[in-house]
Design a protein around this ligand. Structure first.
Ligand SMILES: [Zn+2]
Length: 144
């Protein structure tokens, strides 16, 4: 499905569903489908607003040499994970969501060579890997 940038941004900022519906004049179904596409947890009813996912994410990272971002949170099966509201989310997918407004395709993995790097611009999904491969083929595989 095609995601709307405005809804994605509000969700990532931790806005309440009611606020998003009111602000953007959209229905609950649309907000919920966006939230699910982004793998964000369901909002807690009547609870305190969630900290924005971006804040949660950056609280568990540190910059290292070479522009990479190291995950200081925990790992499960070698994948950096962020626990949130009882759920566990891949930090790769969260990082990907901070940069892109579309859903990642296939596995999200760093393409920079730094182990378990979670720098959003270093992460690649299947779509990006295919694009990069065809660009490389264009550069090195041409006849010129
Ligand atoms: Zn990196």
């Amino acid at each position: 499905m095609k995601l709307r940038t405005d809804i994605v941004e509000m969700l990532q900022q931790g806005a309440h569903q009611q606020d998003i519906m009111r602000t953007l004049h959209v229905g609950a179904t649309l907000v919920v489908s966006h939230r699910e596409a982004l793998h964000l947890p369901a909002p807690r009813r009547g609870g305190t607003p969630l900290r924005p996912i971006e804040t949660e994410f950056h609280a568990r990272t540190e910059h290292v040499d070479g522009g990479h971002l190291r995950w200081t949170g925990y790992h499960a099966n070698g994948v950096p994970k962020l626990g949130r509201q009882g759920g566990h989310f891949s930090a790769y997918r969260i990082a990907f969501g901070l940069l892109h407004t579309r859903e990642p395709v296939g596995r999200v993995r760093p393409g920079c060579g730094y182990p378990r790097c979670v720098e959003p611009t270093h992460l690649e999904d299947q779509t990006i890997r295919i694009q990069l491969r065809s660009q490389m083929a264009g550069i090195f595989g041409g006849t010129s």
